[in-house]
Design a protein around this ligand. Structure first.
Ligand SMILES: *[C@@H]1O[C@H](CO)[C@@H](O)[C@H](O)[C@H]1NC(C)=O
Ligand SMILES: *[C@@H]1O[C@H](CO)[C@@H](O)[C@H](O)[C@H]1NC(C)=O
Length: 958
C-alpha cells in the first residue's frame, strides 16, 4: 500500500469510467501540481538566485569571514565565530566548530548566536522553539564522534589560513580559509572536497519583520514571511531561515547517493541542458502518487549522503539536516592548456545543498575507497540490523488478503505448488474500520488460528500499522492519544486533525518520549489482542502522508514535542515511529527477545538500524521494473541496503512475461516482496499458467538456495556497512567504464554477478565484465572472459543471467523447503570457482536466525579458502559465552557436496579426496566425480558427502 488518493476521488473516477461505458485508459502520471518545484519553494528559489548572482559576478565575495580573534584549535577541535556581513552592513554572529574525528571524518557545524540564546521574537505569538533544530543528531547518530586527539595544527598563518592534519597516518589535511570562509579537504596533498569554493554559503539569519520596510534589503522578500502552496498558507513565525552551502568535488565526474529518487545511479546535472534535470534533487519525504521515472522529484525517504567517485578514489559528504533539502548538481569540464603536455581534461562536480531550516551540519569523508566510506558513514549512523532469517526469504503481500480463511488458503496453495515463502502480509483492510490494533470481526474472526496455522511451517504474518489514528469515539487508542496529549499539534497548539485512510485522524508524535512509551504498550499481546509472536509490523504512510495537507503532508508550522516546527523535523519524522515500533516489538512480552522486523516507507539516515524499506507505489510496467535496480543499488550505497521494490508492480496488472522477469530480478533485491493494488487481479505465483509458473517458482527457489550467501551478506552489512547488492563501480572502483553502469549488480563479495532482464521480448543479456578473470554461468558453467567489455549471455524466459567470477567459494543449501526456517538443519553445498592462480575464497555466517544470542557468541563464522589443491575451513568468529552451546546444536549440520568448477584436467583420473577434520585421529576419504562438458562450458568435479561439520575446522585435499 498505498495510494494517497482520497477514496472518494477514486470512486468518482471509476464511476465515470462505468458511465461512459467505453474503454477509458486512465492517464497514469504523477500530479505535478501536488508537489513543489524549486521555483515554487521560496527558500530553494532564493538560494538558486543567490547562486546565479554569485556566478554572474566575476569577483563574487562570499560575505562570511572568520573573526580572527575567535579562532582556536585544541584537541582535534577548531572553533571560531563566523561573521556574516549583510548588505546593510549588519554583522551576524555564527558560532562554528570543525571537529576532526578519530574515524577520519570531519564535521563542520555552524549555528546562529541570536537563536542559540533565544534572543529573537516570534511572529503570530507562535510558541515554536526559537533555536535552530539541533536534535536531528539524537535520532541519527549512534557513534563515531570521538574527536581525534592526534589531529595537529600544521600551519596557522597570519595570512588567514589554518591547516589541520588528521586522519589515518595524518594523510588528510583541512585547509581552512578565514576570509572569505571556506575549507579545502586534501588527501595525500591533493584537494578532494571544497566547501564554499563558489561562495554559496548562506545562512538566512533571523530578523524582525518591520511593516512598511519590505523590499529595503534589496533581496526578493516575497517568500520571507509567508508562503502559499496548493491553497495552504505556511505562517513562518521565524521568517526566512534557510541554510545552504556549495560542495565541490574537483576531478570527480560521478556522484551517487542521496536517495530516494526514481533515477539513474550516477546522478544527473540539475540546472537544465540536454539530458539534464531542470530541478534540483529534492529530499522531502512525500507520498508521491504514481511517481514518475528519471526524475529528481522527491519520494518517500531521504538520506542526504553522497559519494563522489573517480578512478581509485571515493569521497563523500553527509548533510545532517532534517528539514526539506534540495541539491543542485552541475559538472564543469576544464580543458587543459594544449601546451602543457601530459595533462588531460578534468571534470569537477559542483553541488549546492539547500535546506529550509536547521543548523549547518556537514560531515566530510575522504575514503579513499567506497568500502571505507561505507564503514565511516556507518560508524556515525549505524549499520543495517541483522534481520531474522525469515525476513530475507520471500514475502507475499497484496492489498488485501480479505479474510483469515483467504490467508490460510493462499498458504496452502504455496505448499501445493511447492513454492517456498516465509511471510504473508495484511494491508489496511484487516482492521476493524481502519482502527489499528484491531481486527475486522467479520473477516478476521480468528486471527490466532490463522497465525498458528502459519507457524506450523515457521511462517510469519506482517500487518500494517500506520501513525494516523482514526478520530473515533469508543476507540481507546484514539481516546488515549488525545487525552494523554501525545499527538502532533497545529500551530495554535491544538491537536492537529487531518485526513488519511480512516478519514479524520490524529497523528502520534513519536518525538515525545511519553508517546513512544505509550506506542510500545499498544503492541503488547494483551493490548493488541489476537496478535501472536509470529506477527511483525509494517509502518506505512509515515512521511507522514496526509491526504488534505500541503505537499501531501502536514502543515510545516505544526508543532511537535519540544515545540519544534514540523518544517524542522519533517525528514526524520517517519523514523521516530520506527524507533517506537522497534522498541515495542522488543517489549511485547517479558523474556521474549527476538529481532524485530519492521518495514517502513519513510526513512532517513539511520533507519537502516531498525527497518527494511521498499520503494513505494510503483507500477506494473517494464520501465518501473528497470528503475527498481538503480533505486535499490542507490539505497545500498547510502547505507540502507535492506531495500526492495514491489515485485510485479503495485498499480496495474503485469502480463506473464513482465511478472516472470520481475521475479527473476526481485530475487536479487535484499528485501524480496510481491505486492499489488486492491484493483488488480490476483497474481500469486501459483495462479500463473505454465510454463511461467515454473519459471517463477525456479526463481524463488534460487533465492532460497542462496540464502546462506544472502545471510552472510547481511552479516557483513551489519558490521561494516557494505551494500548487500553492489553496483559496478563499488565492485571495480578502478574501472572507469563501469562507473555509470546500473543495470547489473553483485551480491556482496560472493562473486555473483547478475544482469536481470529488464526489457520486453529479450532473449539475451549483455553483461559487462571489468577484469580478465573467467566468469562462469551459474547454471551450466559456460565461460565468459575478456576485460572491459560486454559479453552476450543467453537469457531465455526461464533464466536470469547470473555469472560467478573465478576465485570464489559460495555456500548454498540445495534442498527445496517450504520456508527458510525449515532449512535450518539442512546440509550445505559449496561451489568453488578458481581464479587465475587456481585459488578461491569465500565466507559463511550462520546463527539461530532469530534471537540476539549471536551478540554473545552464538554463531558460526567461517572463512573458506582453496589454495594449492587444498580446501580449508577456518574459524573467523570470536568466542563468547554462548558459542559452545550453539556449536553443539549445529553439530549435525555438514557440508554434503563440494562442486569445483573448471578443475585441473588431471582430476579426471582421480576417484577420491582426503578429508581431515580437526581433532579427528585420521583422515577419511570421499568420492570425487569429474564431469566433462562440451566446448565453451567448463568441466566440473563434485566431492560427494565429505560430511565435514559446518562449524568445524577441516581440510579437503585434492
Ligand atoms: C590506481 O590504483 C592502481 C593500483 O592501486 C595504480 O596502479 C594506478 O596507478 C592508480 N591510478 C590512478 C589514476 O591513481
Ligand atoms: C529510540 O530513541 C531513543 C531516544 O533517542 C533511544 O534511547 C532508543 O535507543 C531508540 N531505540 C531504537 C530502537 O533505536
Amino acid at each position: 500500500m498505498a495510494r494517497s488518493q482520497p477514496a472518494p476521488r477514486w470512486a468518482v473516477l471509476l464511476s465515470l469510467v462505468i458511465l461512459i461505458g467505453c474503454i477509458v485508459v486512465p492517464s497514469w502520471a504523477v500530479k505535478h501540481g501536488d508537489f513543489k518545484t524549486c521555483e515554487q519553494s521560496g527558500f530553494c528559489k532564493r538560494n538558486r538566485a543567490y547562486a546565479d548572482d554569485a556566478s554572474a559576478q566575476g569577483s563574487w565575495n562570499s560575505p562570511y569571514e572568520l573573526d580572527p580573534a575567535t579562532v582556536h584549535f585544541k584537541d582535534g577541535l577548531f572553533t571560531g565565530v563566523l561573521i556574516k556581513t549583510t548588505t546593510a552592513d549588519e554583522k551576524v554572529r555564527l558560532p562554528l566548530t570543525v571537529s576532526f574525528l578519530e574515524s577520519g571524518a570531519a564535521r563542520l557545524l555552524v549555528d546562529e548566536e541570536k537563536r542559540l540564546k533565544g534572543d529573537i521574537e516570534m511572529r503570530h505569538g507562535s510558541k515554536a522553539n526559537k533555536k535552530r533544530y539541533d536534535e536531528a543528531e539524537q535520532w541519527v547518530l549512534v557513534g563515531g564522534l570521538e574527536v581525534s586527539k592526534s589531529a595537529t595544527l600544521n600551519a596557522q598563518s597570519e595570512t588567514g589560513f589554518t591547516n589541520v592534519l588528521y586522519g589515518p597516518g595524518d594523510k588528510f589535511q583541512a585547509v581552512i580559509r578565514h576570509a572569505p570562509f571556506g575549507i579545502d579537504f586534501q588527501r595525500d596533498g591533493q584537494t578532494h572536497v571544497q566547501l564554499n569554493e563558489r561562495g554559496l554559503l548562506n545562512m538566512e539569519h533571523w530578523r524582525p519583520k518591520v511593516d512598511g520596510k519590505e523590499g529595503e534589503s534589496g533581496e526578493d522578500e516575497s517568500t520571507w514571511w509567508e508562503e502559499t502552496f496548493g491553497g495552504n498558507t505556511d505562517s513562518k513565525p521565524r521568517g526566512p531561515e534557510s541554510v545552504a552551502l556549495d560542495v565541490t568535488f574537483p576531478g570527480y565526474s560521478h556522484v551517487f547517493g542521496i536517495p530516494e529518487h526514481a533515477d539513474s545511479l550516477s546522478l544527473k546535472e540539475t540546472r537544465g541542458g540536454d539530458g539534464n534535470h531542470e530541478n534540483p534533487y529534492r529530499l522531502f519525504n512525500s507520498d508521491v502518487f504514481e511517481y514518475e521515472l528519471e526524475s529528481p522529484m522527491t519520494l518517500y525517504g531521504a538520506i542526504p549522503f553522497m559519494q563522489a567517485h573517480r578512478k581509485n578514489s571515493t569521497v563523500g559528504v553527509f548533510w545532517l539536516n532534517a528539514a526539506e533539502t534540495w541539491i543542485d548538481i552541475v559538472k564543469s569540464t576544464t580543458t587543459p592548456n594544449p601546451l602543457s603536455l601530459g595533462t588531460s581534461s578534468k571534470t569537477n562536480t559542483q553541488t549546492h545543498w539547500i535546506s529550509e531550516s536547521g543548523r549547518l551540519d556537514l560531515f566530510v569523508f575522504l575514503g579513499p575507497s567506497p568500502k571505507e566510506i561505507s564503514k565511516t558513514y556507518g560508524e556515525l549512523t549505524g549499520y543495517t540490523q541483522l534481520p531474522q532469517q525469515f525476513a530475507i526469504g520471500y514475502h507475499q503481500c497484496r492489498w488485501n488478503y480479505v479474510t483469515d480463511e483467504d490467508v490460510k488458503e493462499v498458504n496452502a496453495k504455496f505448499d501445493k505448488y511447492q513454492i517456498p515463502y516465509d511471510v504473508i502480509w495484511l494491508d489496511l483492510e484487516y482492521t476493524d474500520d481502519r482502527k489499528y490494533f484491531t481486527w475486522d470481526p467479520l473477516t478476521f474472526p480468528d486471527p490466532k488460528g490463522m497465525q498458528e496455522k502459519l507457524d506450523e511451517t515457521e511462517r510469519k504474518l506482517v500487518v500494517l500499522i500506520d501513525p494516523h489514528i482514526k478520530k473515533a469515539d469508543n476507540y481507546y487508542v484514539s481516546d488515549e492519544l488525545r487525552s494523554k496529549n501525545l499527538a502532533v499539534l497545529n500551530k495554535d497548539g491544538d491537536i492537529y486533525d487531518g485526513w488519511c485512510w480512516p478519514g479524520s485522524s490524529n497523528w502520534v508524535d513519536c518525538f515525545n518520549p511519553a508517546a513512544r512509551v505509550w506506542w510500545t504498550a499498544l503492541h503488547k499481546y494483551d493490548k493488541f489482542k489476537g496478535s501472536l509472536s509470529n506477527l511483525f509490523i509494517w509502518n506505512d504512510m509515515n512521511e507522514p502522508s496526509v491526504f488534505n495537507g500541503p505537499d501531501m503532508s502536514m502543515p510545516r508550522d505544526n508543532l511537535h514535542y519540544g515545540n519544534w516546527e514540523h518544517r524542522d523535523i519533517h525528514n526524520v519524522n517517519g523514523m521516530t515511529l520506527l524507533n517506537a515500533t522497534y522498541d515495542a516489538m522488543l517489549q511485547r512480552k517479558k523474556g521474549e527477545i527476538r529481532r524485530p522486523f519492521i518495514l517502513t516507507r519513510s526513512f532517513y539516515a539511520g533507519s537502516q538500524r531498525v527497518a527494511a524499506m521498499w520503494t513505494g507505489d510503483n507500477q506494473a510496467t517494464w520501465d518501473h521494473l528497470a528503475a527498481s535496480v538503480p533505486m535499490v543499488l542507490t539505497n545500498g550505497i547510502a547505507g540502507f541496503p535492506f531495500a526492495g521494490a514491489d515485485v510485479g508492480g503495485f498499480f496495474h496488472n503485469p502480463d506473464k512475461d513482465l511478472l516472470t522477469r520481475w521475479y527473476q530480478a526481485g530475487i536479487w533485491y535484499p528485501f524480496f516482496r510481491a505486492h499489488a493494488h486492491i484493483d488488480t487481479r490476483r497474481r500469486e505465483p501459483y495462479l500463473i499458467s505454465e510454463p511461467h509458473r515454473s519459471y517463477i517458482a525456479q526463481a524463488i527457489r534460487l533465492r532460497y538456495q542462496l540464502l546462506p550467501a544472502w545471510y552472510t551478506a547481511f552479516h557483513e552489512a551489519s558490521v561494516n556497512g557494505t551494500p548487500i547488492v553492489r553496483p559496478q563501480y563499488y565492485a571495480f572502483p578502478d574501472d572507469e567504464q563501469g562507473f555509470a553502469i546500473d543495470d547489473q549488480l553483485y551480491l556482496a563479495a560472493t562473486g555473483l554477478l547478475v544482469k536481470p532482464v529488464l526489457t520486453e521480448n529479450t532473449e539475451t543479456a549483455d553483461v559487462y565484465i571489468s577484469d580478465d578473470e573467467k566468469y562462469y554461468d551459474y547454471f551450466d558453467f559456460t565461460v565468459y572472459q575478456g576485460a572491459g567489455k560486454r559479453h552476450t549471455v543467453p537469457a531465455p524466459e526461464n533464466k536470469v543471467p547470473v555469472l560467478i567470477q573465478g576465485g570464489h567459494i559460495i555456500p548454498r543449501k540445495d534442498r527445496p523447503r517450504r520456508s527458510a526456517g525449515l532449512m535450518r538443519w539442512d546440509p550445505y553445498t559449496l561451489v568453488i570457482t578458481l581464479d587465475k592462480n587456481r585459488e578461491a575464497e569465500g565466507s559463511l555466517y550462520v546463527d539461530d536466525g532469530e534471537t540476539f544470542d549471536y551478540e554473545r557468541g552464538a554463531y558460526i563464522h567461517r572463512h573458506f579458502h582453496y589454495r594449492e589443491s587444498v580446501l580449508s575451513s577456518e574459524d573467523v568468529g570470536t568466542k563468547g559465552p554462548k558459542t559452545a552451546e550453539y556449536l553443539k546444536t549445529m553439530a549435525g549440520v555438514t557440508v554434503e557436496r563440494v562442486v569445483i568448477v573448471d578443475p585441473p584436467a588431471e582430476w579426471k583420473n582421480r576417484e577420491t579426496v582426503t578429508v581431515i577434520e580437526d581433532g579427528a585421529k585420521a583422515g577419511s576419504t570421499a568420492s570425487l566425480e569429474f564431469y566433462e562438458q562440451q566446448l565453451g562450458q567448463a568441466s566440473y568435479a563434485v566431492v560427494k558427502k565429505p560430511d565435514v561439520g559446518i562449524g568445524k575446522t577441516w581440510r579437503i585435499e585434492f
